[in-house]
Structures are given as structure tokens and as C-alpha cells.
Design a binder for this molecule. Structure first.
Ligand SMILES: *Cc1c(COP(=O)(O)O)cnc(C)c1O
Length: 249
């Protein structure tokens, strides 16, 4: 009985947060003179239970993001068990160790954090193996994560290396689909200049790869600015599900 009350409470809490985020995205689009259809939202469920993802799926959310492979693999399975009918897509957002590529190739529709030639090469092989064994049935969508602050500890490929990395991914088009760029704004400063820079980088990339139109930028704290600078994909955790605490960035 208590369990049911808590479930209902959590459902209502998440539903209200989702309405608020949807309105924020719509308002940012209006201010930027853009259509809300141009901006998709990935619900970032890292550190939150599969039951929260199931609630979001019930509310019509289709895209989910995780940043740790082991946690993600378990959650993907659990959500499939809780909501076998739900049409959901999982996105890998975090730094990806190459020995985890095989797992990601089983469950991810998209990897947004490809930032090196070696990782692209490992993913290519992992996707080929997953296709061969019937564990997946389509190529992997890929975004190149770009470093906007030249801080290697935060992931992302240096802007100077982007074009070679993009060309390499594009050559594997039967296995990897190059969809665009992703970035995380530098910490502790106004994110607007970084998003502006990412927009120029995306424009440059599209000269050689016209299909690579995605710009994944903006999280709970800065999605409004990101949309003003052309983001096509916001990644929202805290504003939907609450704080994660200090131990879980
Ligand atoms: C955790 C995370 C997010 C979501 O951040 P919030 O501030 O909780 O919305 C977005 N992108 C990446 C890469 C993340 O790791």
C-alpha cells in the first residue's frame, strides 16, 4: 500500500518536472525563433533506478542517456522487462573505455562521446560483431564529442582533430552513422561563447558531412542558452529526476 502511494507520488513528481522542462524547451525555442520539433530531449537517467525510466517512458519519453556502461547495461535490461512494449532508444553519453565497446554495441542506439580514432575503430569492430551475432540490427549513430575548453580530463576531441575523426567515422557508413557533434560547456563560466563556438564547428563539419546535422548541447543548467545557439538535442537529468548528490557527477 505504501509502495503504491510512493509510486504514485514519484510518477506525479516526474510528470510535473517533465512538463516544466518541456515548457522551458518550448520557451527557449520561441525566443530563438525555432520550432520545438527541432530540439529533441534525452532524459539522462544515470544514478536513478529503472523504475524512473519506466515512468518517463509511460509519459512518452523515448530517448534515454547513461554515462556508465555497467549501470546502463543493467538498466536497459530492467526497463525492457518493466516496459516490454515501450519504444525506447538508449544513448551513451559518457567517457567510454574501449574494453566496454562490445557491451555498448549491444544496447546503444547512439554513442555521443566518440572522441578518438582508437575509440571509433574499436566501436566499428564491436558494431560489426554485434550485427554478425544478431545482437543489433542497424548501424550505430555516432556524435563526435568536441572539447571546447581543451581540458582533456573532461573528454572530447581537440577541434583540430575533428575533421580527421569525422572522415574516419564516415568511411564506416555501413556500421557507424555520423550524426553530428556533442559538447559539454566548460564549468564555472558563461556557457554562451562555448555554444557559439560549437555552432561554428558544426557548420564547418557540415561542409564535408552534410548529414551530420545534430548539435547535442545543453543540460539542466544551460539548455536555454544552448537552444539559442542552435542545439538540436538537450540532455536533461537533474531537472527531470532531481539531484544526484556529490558522489555522482
Ligand atoms: C549527467 C550528464 C548530463 C545531464 O546533466 P544534468 O545537469 O543533470 O541535466 C548531460 N550530459 C552529460 C554528458 C552528462 O554526463
Amino acid at each position: 500500500m505504501d509502495g503504491e502511494v510512493n509510486d504514485q507520488q514519484r510518477h506525479d513528481e516526474i510528470a510535473a518536472a517533465l512538463r516544466a522542462v518541456t515548457e522551458r524547451v518550448a520557451a527557449a525555442c520561441r525566443r530563438a525563433g525555432r520550432s520545438p520539433d527541432e530540439v529533441r530531449m534525452i532524459a539522462v537517467t544515470k544514478t536513478f533506478p529503472a523504475s524512473d525510466a519506466a515512468v518517463l517512458a509511460d509519459l512518452g519519453v523515448r530517448d534515454f542517456g547513461e554515462n556508465r556502461v555497467q549501470e546502463a547495461a543493467a538498466k536497459v535490461e530492467e526497463v525492457a522487462r518493466l516496459r516490454p512494449e515501450a519504444d525506447v532508444r538508449w544513448h551513451m553519453l559518457g567517457r567510454l573505455q574501449r574494453n566496454k565497446a562490445r557491451s555498448v554495441a549491444r544496447w546503444a542506439a547512439e554513442v555521443q562521446s566518440v572522441d578518438s580514432l582508437r575509440l571509433a575503430d574499436t566501436l566499428t569492430k564491436a558494431v560489426r560483431a554485434a550485427l554478425d551475432s544478431g545482437e543489433r540490427d542497424r548501424p550505430l549513430d555516432v556524435l563526435v564529442q568536441v572539447s571546447l575548453d581543451d581540458d582533456p580530463s573532461r573528454g572530447g576531441c581537440p577541434v583540430d582533430d575533428l575533421s580527421e575523426l569525422a572522415d574516419t567515422i564516415a568511411r564506416q557508413s555501413d556500421l557507424l552513422h555520423l550524426r553530428g557533434v556533442m559538447a559539454v560547456a566548460p564549468l564555472g563560466v558563461d556557457p554562451a561563447p562555448a555554444f557559439d563556438r560549437l555552432a561554428s564547428i558544426s557548420e564547418m563539419l557540415r561542409k564535408d558531412h552534410p548529414g551530420a546535422t545534430e548539435i547535442s548541447a545543453g543540460m539542466s543548467g544551460d539548455l536555454d542558452q544552448a537552444i539559442a545557439y542552435g542545439s538540436t538535442c538537450v540532455r536533461v537529468g537533474t531537472a527531470l529526476l532531481g539531484g544526484r548528490g556529490l558522489a555522482s557527477p
